[in-house]
Design a protein around this ligand. Structure first.
Ligand SMILES: CC(C)(COP(=O)(O)OP(=O)(O)OC[C@H]1O[C@@H](n2cnc3c(N)ncnc32)[C@H](O)[C@@H]1OP(=O)(O)O)[C@@H](O)C(=O)NCCC(=O)NCCS
Length: 148
């Protein structure tokens, strides 16, 4: 396995929507992602895949307005979790954001997402607020902050 990360293209949209729904339970959807890629200069979406087989391994999207940035979505496919790929993806994103003059990164996570919380804490994120009824099912979100 040799993971590489590249910019997402419109050809990736159907696979990303399926993976979003499978892994996160929700997706921005095809139309919104198409508009995002074409028209939103503040957002950047990436695909992680195996260099040789092109097997899809994970995805991350960030909103950037330096010095502030926000993670829109981040995940690793379940078949390849707990193998360091999430760390690889997050280190890539932090380097990408540093290059663009960012030093503050936020994200929302479900308080019931033990793996996600543990993952973010490992990178130094701390909980700074609760966003009430943030998710489609009415669940609150923890707002996490990292100064880097
Ligand atoms: C969160 C996520 C991206 C981590 O990806 P990953 O490739 O499994 O992460 P890594 O293998 O790099 O693990 C890094 C650290 O995260 C933490 N972690 C990851 N999975 C964990 C789990 N299931 N339980 C507890 N801690 C976990 C650990 O601290 C781990 O370090 P360690 O392996 O030294 O213990 C992945 O679990 C995922 O995609 N989850 C579903 C989507 C999701 O929840 N995304 C974030 C929501 S906002």
């Amino acid at each position: 396995m040799n993971p590489v990360i590249r910019f997402m293209s419109t050809d990736d949209i159907p696979a990303i929507v399926l993976a979003d729904r499978r892994i996160l339970g929700q997706s921005l959807g095809e139309e919104t992602l198409r508009t995002e890629l074409a028209d939103n200069p503040f957002t950047h979406y990436f695909v992680m895949e195996d260099e040789t087989t092109r097997t899809f391994l994970g995805h991350v999207g960030v909103w950037v307005d330096a010095p502030l940035a926000q993670i829109i979505n981040v995940y690793v496919v379940p078949e390849h979790q707990r193998a360091g790929l999430g760390t690889f993806l997050m280190e890539f994103v932090l380097a990408f954001l540093r290059d663009r003059g960012c030093n503050t990164l936020t994200l929302e996570v479900r308080p019931t997402n033990a793996a996600g919380l543990s993952f973010y804490r490992k990178f130094g994120f701390t909980k700074v607020a609760v966003r009430k009824q943030y998710y489609e099912n009415g669940e609150d979100a923890d707002l996490m902050l990292l100064n880097f």
